[in-house]
Design a protein around this ligand. Structure first.
Ligand SMILES: Cc1ncc(COP(=O)(O)O)c(C=O)c1O
Length: 401
């Protein structure tokens, strides 16, 4: 049955891609943008760009107002108590690096950081490198056969030596939601700081960081239908206060002379230099657009497409879907076929999917794989996109087998 997307026409790039015979199914990497975002960028650049937080002139005041309005909107999307808990970074990766650097002084040699076996490199390497610098132990929480963090094992491994837990909300490879609440509650009870990598999770509806009770939550704007070059770090006030300042320059300073300086608290203390102004304003427009949609309709549409995707994969012989994806995406391998050969044939037929290790080499390695193909969906995809993918897949497999 045809499953149309009521929102497809709101994304001009989808029609443009279709004219180029491209079917875009790589949304976990980055999303296409709504017209509302293009309009906001065009308005900002077309009506007078200005730097924020410094100039008294009208363009400066308007830019600052629009920039700070996005901080409020992000706080609303995450249900943060206060917009001052939202720090703009350049992406989820830079937010996680900020944390791994900013928290460095909080650790003593021999203490532990816990992450899971499915983390994206962005939520592995900053902690791995911190562990090396400080002589910490990086504890890897194992997965169960469905691709979820094994809760029983995790609760055993997170103990009084654990000083920090950093986990993804939704796996970018397996499409599995993690048992976050139980993990966070337990880690907090052990006195550990908690970090949620919401890069994939935040895309699928409003979040409630207060309910989660995490110390930090990070995401990238470009996966949430916003511009690239912008990320978000949410922090509880007490947790933000524990961060060491990490980049130094304009706007983050309170007082400076030639020998000494004092620094502002979050958020501005962690936004040194000119921030990505247009990007932040654009993210605000994307959030307004998303807020205007019926969230139940979006969830139902994405769930129906996801069922279609899984059915199609499971119906084909020799295809192994990794884990038990719950939402948004599925990664798979085909018996006797290398993922890069298949990806090549799909690309030739205008199917934009991702192949490779998906920035999660240790996870793929633990599954005995060097890569997999990932199909990832967004609210503008429809069942025709999936039909095109499946017919390209069938043709590709016929050639390769
Ligand atoms: C789960 C997860 N975490 C972090 C990241 C890093 O995001 P960015 O490259 O936008 O910094 C990604 C990107 O794919 C991701 O999927």
């Amino acid at each position: 049955m045809f499953q149309p997307s009521p929102w497809r026409a709101d994304f001009p790039a989808i029609a443009a891609l279709q004219r180029q015979h491209q079917t875009y199914l790589d949304n976990a990497a980055t999303t296409q943008k709504p017209q509302a975002l293009l309009d906001a960028l065009s308005h900002y650049y077309g009506h007078g760009a200005a730097n924020v937080h410094r100039a008294q002139h009208l363009p400066g005041a308007l830019a600052t107002q629009a920039f700070e309005a996005t901080r409020e909107k992000v706080a609303g999307w995450l249900n943060a108590a206060d917009a001052q808990q939202i720090v703009f970074t350049h992406g989820a990766t830079s937010a996680l690096n900020l944390l791994a650097y900013g928290l460095e002084a909080q650790f003593e040699a021999g203490e532990e950081i816990a992450i899971s076996a499915l983390e994206h490199h962005a939520n592995l390497l900053p902690w791995q490198q911190l562990a090396k610098r400080r002589g910490l132990r990086l504890v890897i929480l194992p997965l169960d056969s469905s691709g979820h963090i094994d809760l029983d094992a995790a609760l055993q491994l997170i103990g009084p030596r654990t000083r920090l837990l950093a986990v993804s909300q939704l796996s970018n490879v397996l499409g599995t939601w993690q048992p976050l609440q139980a993990l966070l509650d337990h880690a907090r009870a052990q006195g550990a700081l908690t970090v949620v990598d919401g890069a994939q999770g935040v895309v699928h509806g409003r979040q409630d960081v207060r309910q989660l009770g995490c110390d930090f939550y990070v995401f990238s704007s470009h996966k949430l239908y916003g511009p690239d070059g912008v990320g978000v770090l949410y922090g509880r006030p007490e947790a933000l206060a524990r961060l060491r300042h990490w980049q130094f320059g304009g706007e983050m300073v309170q007082l400076a002379d030639y020998q000494q300086a004092s620094f502002r608290p979050a958020p501005l203390g962690f936004e040194a230099g000119t921030p990505p102004i247009a990007g932040v304003i654009g993210l605000g427009a994307s959030l307004d657009y998303l807020a205007s949609l019926d969230p139940h309709a979006v969830v139902e549409h994405e769930a129906a497409l996801h069922r279609h995707l899984l059915r199609g994969l499971h119906d084909r012989e020799g295809i192994r879907v990794l884990g038990q994806p719950q939402l948004a995406l599925a990664s798979f391998v085909v018996e006797g076929v290398h993922n890069s050969d298949l990806a090549h044939l799909l690309t030739e037929q205008g199917i934009a999917v991702r192949a490779g290790h998906h920035c999660a080499m240790p996870l793929l390695g633990s599954l005995g794989l060097d890569g997999a193909i990932r199909v990832s969906l967004a609210l503008y995809n429809d069942s025709d996109d999936l039909q095109r993918f499946f017919s390209a897949l069938d043709q590709g497999l016929e050639l390769l087998r």
